[in-house]
Design a protein around this ligand. Structure first.
Ligand SMILES: Cc1ncc(COP(=O)(O)O)c(C=O)c1O
Length: 421
């Protein structure tokens, strides 16, 4: 006898059956209470409204705070040249391009920025996307598909994860190797047919830990096993290397030769919004004509494009900002160590202070906030249990007195909470 079904679902499980309790898609949203609970306890650290942002100092909810948790690494978001370039671009082109680069959203400014970035990072060609996130999300599945292999570091940024999952959906084989563990990477590579197409993807600087990836070893394994390499320099460009040209400069590697593709964002050192990928002309041209998140999304707005260009000019002209940023990172690392805090031993201006407990991390964050220091809480599931931390990151224009203020307040709150003695 034929069963009564709707779209293959037995009648008793559908509205017309009326017996089984119906599940609503939104049940999980109505049940979600974690954020409200944290708010009720006064420990909710997210979505704080900035009323003023001068870079190293901000006003949040009427309170002046020293900023120890920004990605505005070189302090250029308030630089007069950057602000003027953004305003001038709005005057000339209006507030938006209203469309995709492909059809009606390409300005001469976009081409100028792409040429300037390509020259700065040492590659033939560069393509700008609307954010760093959509850059990774777009380029990875464009390059890696059916019967091809993707080797991705387990600690890569979520935008890389998004790209890898899309590549997997179109048939790529996805292998995640242990964080910055070259044995794990080689082990994975050795299991894949040598003649198959492969892409190794890694953050150049891991965004949570501030640790620099072993890019020389990645490049050498890629040569040995016939793989291509994509390094995400979101926290590398403008930060790492004597002139801010990222991990290739730091390790004396040749962009495009040792590392095939370099990806970056304009949202951090470049004090704007947007993303980019650079490499040899044929590869970038392929991405330009095939990456969905490039083709089907509106282009970088005029103000952002001009701001990024102006920031780049300053970065090239004033490498002392990068030297100062590196000096600040070293000073703060030493300061935290001397106070007795457990930190992740990065070599960049991202310095995570380990707390290792969700509630204690939120309490520490709140005490620091009350004392006038703004930081970022990183609790599970963003990090594995036991790795909860306060992520601090620094701005090249922060004054010595402000750095000492941060350390003084860490000492005070840290002692109160028993994190240091
Ligand atoms: C390593 C890394 N890649 C990509 C991105 C995405 O950049 P965007 O802010 O431009 O979307 C980020 C942002 O936090 C990042 O840390």
């Amino acid at each position: 006898m034929k069963r009564n079904t709707t779209h293959g679902i037995p009648a008793e499980k559908t509205g017309n059956g009326g017996k089984a309790a119906l599940k609503d898609l939104f049940d999980k949203c109505h049940k979600f209470s974690r954020a409200d609970e944290a708010k009720a306890l006064g420990y909710y650290p997210y979505f704080r409204e900035l009323e003023e942002n001068e870079g190293p100092e901000v006003t949040i909810e009427g309170k002046r705070l020293v900023m120890a948790g920004s990605n505005n690494y070189l302090g250029l978001s308030v630089h007069p040249e950057v602000k003027k370039a953004a305003v001038d671009a709005i005057e000339k082109y209006g507030s938006t391009c209203s469309g995709s680069r492909y059809l009606n959203g390409t300005l001469a400014l976009h081409h100028r920025l792409e040429d300037a970035i390509a020259e700065f990072i040492g590659v033939d060609s560069c393509l700008c996307f609307t954010s760093g996130y959509v850059t990774n999300q777009g380029i990875i599945p464009t390059l890696v598909g059916r019967h091809e292999y993707l080797l991705s570091d387990k600690d890569n940024h979520t935008s890389i994860v998004a790209g890898t999952l899309m590549a997997k959906a179109v048939g790529a084989e996805l292998i995640r190797y242990k964080n910055n563990d070259m044995e794990s990477l080689e082990h994975s590579l050795s299991k894949i047919p040598l003649d198959a197409g492969k892409l190794i993807v890694s953050d150049g600087v891991f965004s949570m830990s501030g640790i620099v990836a072993n890019v020389p070893q990645i490049a050498s394994l890629a040569k040995k096993y016939n793989a291509r390499v994509l390094i995400d320099e979101a926290h590398g460009f403008g930060v790492v290397g004597a002139t801010g040209r990222g991990t290739c400069e730091l390790f004396n590697l040749k962009p495009q030769k040792d590392v095939d593709l370099l990806m970056g964002t304009f949202s951090k050192s470049f004090a704007s919004l947007g993303g980019f990928v650079g490499g040899s002309a044929k590869i970038i041209d392929f991405i330009k004509h095939n990456a969905m998140s490039f083709i089907f999304s509106a282009s970088m707005p005029p103000a952002n494009t001009a701001a990024a260009l102006a920031s780049l000019e300053i970065i090239k002209r004033e490498p002392e900002r990068i030297a100062r940023l590196q000096e600040i990172g070293d000073y703060m690392r030493k300061g935290f160590r001397t106070l007795g805090f457990e930190i992740i031993e990065s070599t960049t201006p991202i310095i995570p202070v380990l707390v290792r407990d969700d509630f204690l991390t939120c309490t520490f964050w709140r005490r620091l906030f009350e004392e006038g220091v703004y930081t970022n809480t990183v609790v599970s599931p963003a990090v594995p249990p036991g790795m909860q931390l306060i992520r601090t990151s620094y701005i090249a224009t922060t004054k010595q007195a402000q750095l000492d203020f941060i350390l003084e307040k860490f000492e005070k709150a840290g002692k109160e909470l028993g994190l240091i003695s």
